[in-house]
Each structure stands twice: as structure tokens, then as C-alpha cells.
Ligand binder design. Structure first.
Ligand SMILES: Nc1ncnc2c1ncn2[C@@H]1O[C@H](COP(=O)(O)OP(=O)(O)O)[C@@H](O)[C@H]1O
Ligand SMILES: [Mg+2]
Length: 291
């Protein structure tokens, strides 16, 4: 990735695209045991910002580093399930677990083509879940109750949220230790983030005091445009060290990999974007956001 500031300054360290010193995040040590999982929601009520792509490739990268990873499709569109080649017809999905027709979450787990990466899929049925949950006691904590029965078996659980701040997303936040916000490097992207942060604070206040904002991940960054660099500058001004050092560049390889139904880290393992997602995994491990 090239960038105007990505050069050695007169004196001082090499700066990354966020304008801060560039680190080498170390290769993470192997884990000696597994679980209980840290649960992280990928959340942004704007669509098309890279939530699903990040869930797939971060999950796959963490699995490459020997972590036991479960990804949960929490969007009725089912893009995560499609992107990892999961079955969604006549199988048990997250919907069955939420409404309680199936009690054992392991019955919904499918393996993916990546060793160590499992998925609980979703399909359009999930769009009916909010209506079902409305009359439940502690309806916001339904997913948390489901995950309590499975989290010991994994090191990391990633929840791919739908683009809304409705009851499903509140369930995801209530079940999570951390939130990761993928943010497209476009001018209007910043608008919704204040509302999202407000929602996270409400959940923290009323439902899940322990939840943390793990980081904001700039995505679809095009270093060649002044616009993208300006947006990134504004994001860093606004969120300071909550902005992750890893930045995901814009590349056509993602749509290509989506069509192939595999993560980019498998589709084009040496591509800059694959390397960026591995770096994201190392950065989150070194920040303590995942095991
Ligand atoms: N860094 C990127 N560069 C180019 N295209 C991307 C990138 N990340 C994701 N995409 C593409 O953008 C579209 C939306 O991404 P997606 O991850 O599905 O967003 P979300 O889950 O937030 O709606 C998909 O077609 C995906 O392949
Ligand atoms: Mg998505």
C-alpha cells in the first residue's frame, strides 16, 4: 500500500496510513488450551461497509493462527453463510436457536473449508425473529443465553450483524465482550457512527456493562484518492486510538473471492488485502481483543 505519509519522516518512525507509527505485530504464540471464547460483534448499521468480509477474513486469519473460531451469521440476508459455502436450506440455523425450537447450539454448527473455522448459518427465516422475540422475557438477552451453552468450545466468536440497530443487533451487543466497527473510508460513513456509539453506550448502561469498543476498522481505503485520506484523517481525529492501525484497502479481489465462496486469505493468500486481514488478527490479539 502506498501513501504520501508512508515514508520515513525527517527523523522518527515510519508512519502507517492512519498517520501513526507503524508497528510490526508479532506472530501470536500458539494457545495451550481452548476457550472460553471472547465474543465480538461486527457492527455498523450501514450496509456494504465490510462487516461480512471482515467476519470471514478475520475469522479465517485467526483460525490460521490456531484459534478455534465460530462465526455467527446474524443477518437474514445470509451473506456470511454464502461467503463460507454453508448450507442454509433445511438445516438448523441461528433462528431455530433464538426461538428455542432447538436447544443445543452445537446442532447448528457447520464446519467450513478452513480448519478451525466453524459457522452457525442464517437464512431469511431470521427476519421473523424480532417479531417472535418481542414477547419474550429478557428478549434482548436471547442470543447471550444461546452462546453461553457453546462459548467454552471456542477461543473467539464473531457475530456478523445485519445493517440495522434493531432487536437482533441489540441481542448481538448484549452477548458480546467487544464490538468491532468496520468503517468505509467515504465521507458519509462518519454520520452513522455517533448513533452506533450511542447504542453501544445504552447497551452498556442497561444490559451489558462489560462491553467494550474494541476498535474501528477503516475499510475500502484507496490510498490514491485525497478523499479517502481526508476521511481517514477525520476518523482518527474523532476516535483517536480506537482507530485500528490496520487499514483494509479497496480491491476488486474481494468481490472475486465472494463469488468463489472462500475467504480472500485462501483465494489469494499473498494479496495485500489477505496480508492486511492477517495483520488485523495479530493486532487484535496483541491488543487483547481476542485470545
Ligand atoms: N476492501 C474491499 N475492497 C473492495 N470491495 C470490498 C472490500 N470489502 C468488501 N468489499 C465488497 O463490498 C461489498 C460489501 O461488503 P460486505 O462485507 O458484504 O459489507 P457488509 O457486510 O457491511 O454489508 C461486497 O461485495 C464485498 O465483496
Ligand atoms: Mg453483511
Amino acid at each position: 500500500m502506498t501513501h504520501s505519509r508512508e515514508k520515513v519522516a525527517e527523523e522518527g518512525p515510519v508512519l502507517g496510513p492512519t498517520g501513526r507509527p507503524r508497528h510490526e505485530f508479532p506472530e501470536p504464540p500458539a494457545l495451550t488450551g481452548h476457550g472460553p471464547a471472547r465474543i465480538v460483534s461486527l457492527c455498523n448499521q450501514k450496509g456494504g461497509v465490510g462487516k461480512t468480509t471482515t467476519t470471514i477474513n478475520l475469522g479465517a486469519s485467526l483460525a490460521e493462527y490456531g484459534r478455534k473460531v465460530l462465526v455467527i451469521d446474524f443477518d437474514p440476508q445470509g451473506a456470511l453463510s454464502a461467503g463460507l459455502g454453508a448450507d442454509t436450506h433445511e438445516v438448523i440455523t441461528i433462528y431455530d436457536l433464538l426461538i428455542g425450537t432447538v436447544r443445543d447450539p452445537f446442532e447448528a454448527v457447520q464446519q467450513t473449508s478452513i480448519p478451525g473455522l466453524d459457522i452457525i448459518p442464517a437464512n431469511i427465516d431470521l427476519s421473523a425473529a424480532e417479531v417472535h422475540l418481542v414477547n419474550e422475557v429478557a428478549r434482548e438477552q436471547t442470543l447471550a443465553r444461546v452462546l453461553r451453552r457453546i462459548s467454552d468450545a471456542y477461543d473467539v466468536i464473531l457475530i456478523d450483524c445485519q445493517p440495522s440497530l434493531g432487536l437482533l443487533t441489540v441481542n448481538a451487543l448484549s452477548a458480546s465482550h467487544g464490538v468491532l466497527i468496520p468503517l468505509e473510508c467515504e465521507f458519509f460513513s462518519l454520520r452513522g457512527v455517533a448513533l452506533l456509539v450511542e447504542t453501544i453506550e445504552k447497551v452498556q448502561d442497561r444490559l451489558n456493562p462489560a462491553i467494550q469498543l474494541d476498535g474501528i476498522l477503516p475499510t475500502m481505503f484507496d490510498a490514491r484518492t485525497l478523499h479517502a485520506r481526508e476521511v481517514l484523517e477525520r476518523v482518527v481525529e474523532a476516535f483517536d486510538d480506537k482507530v485500528l492501525e490496520t487499514v483494509i484497502g479497496r480491491t476488486i479481489k474481494f468481490p472475486d473471492a465472494s463469488v468463489a465462496g472462500v475467504p480472500i486469505i485462501q483465494f489469494a493468500p499473498e494479496h495485500a488485502a489477505a496480508k492486511a486481514y492477517r495483520q488485523l488478527a495479530r493486532e487484535l490479539i496483541s491488543r487483547g481483543a481476542v485470545a
